[in-house]
Design a protein around this ligand. Structure first.
Ligand code: PMT
Length: 221
């Protein structure tokens, strides 16, 4: 057993995609496999934290010692996160929350009409921004998946969502969604650091070390 710098800390992690149902057999989803978030949950538990993992629909085993809550849609993820947010010192939001959901869910399988199909979508709530707006909220770490101007867009998200840190992954090149490896640019208000390409578990441990450093620098207990 290695050093346990997160002993005594409660860490909430979200992972995976959300599925937004169209009808009983179809949904709108995205390519997140949950690997990055599950690696963060595993690494936090290995570092001694008490970890709650809010997992979207993924095919992954629960890391040892982690309390897992399974959800499907963004709205379900929102209630699970809000239910746990205030009792945790740190929230790391690695989930790829669907930005939109169908305006209504058809009760029966939609039939082909030969006319095409227009799907009306409604915007989902921004879970991280809602947690940031709570009067007492955990230390907040977001993720950002960008395909261009990675640091610029991620820094804008950090400020807009009022986060303490954001981990930007440039998706593509065998990194990011679905892949075994990733590459992170960790950004906070006063600085940033690139964590070069490595397995998601190695990066998760490196990310948590930076999170703890910034957490302590923020003067939180
Ligand atoms: O799951 P893997 O296959 O391992 O892939 C990992 C990943 C690429 C999905 C992951 O590392 C990642 O980047 N997750 C965030 C994906 C994303 O696109 O985030 P975003 O830019 O839409 O959102 C920014 C932040 O706000 C994220 O922390 C997200 O969890 C949060 N968010 C977004 C939308 C929303 N409605 N509510 C949110 O809380």
């Amino acid at each position: 057993r290695g050093p346990r710098p997160l002993a005594g800390k409660r860490v909430l992690v979200s992972a995976g995609p959300t599925y937004e149902d169209i009808d009983p057999v179809r949904f709108v989803g995205n390519r997140s496999s949950g690997r990055m978030g599950f690696a963060v949950a595993r690494a936090a538990a290995e570092q001694g934290a008490e970890v709650t993992l809010i997992a979207g629909p993924v095919a992954l085993d629960t890391p040892s010692g982690v309390m897992r809550v399974d959800v499907r849609s963004a709205e379900q993820m929102r209630s699970a996160v809000l239910q746990h947010a205030t009792v945790n010192e740190i929230f790391i939001s690695a989930a790829a929350v669907g930005d939109y959901r169908p305006q209504s869910v058809a009760p029966h399988k939609l039939k082909k009409t030969g006319q095409g199909l227009a799907l009306a979508l409604t915007e989902n709530p921004d879970i991280l921004a809602e947690v940031a707006a709570l009067p007492e909220h955990p230390f907040l770490v977001g993720f950002a998946a960008e395909t261009e101007s990675v640091e610029e867009y991620a820094r804008a998200k950090l400020l807009r969502k009022n986060l303490d840190m954001i981990a930007a992954n440039c998706v593509g090149n065998g990194c990011g969604f679905e892949a075994e490896d990733n590459q992170l640019n960790v950004i906070w208000r006063e600085g940033s650091e690139c964590l070069p390409r490595a397995s998601k578990l190695v990066l998760a441990h490196q990310l948590l070390a930076r999170v703890l450093e910034r957490y302590q620098a923020s003067g939180r207990p």
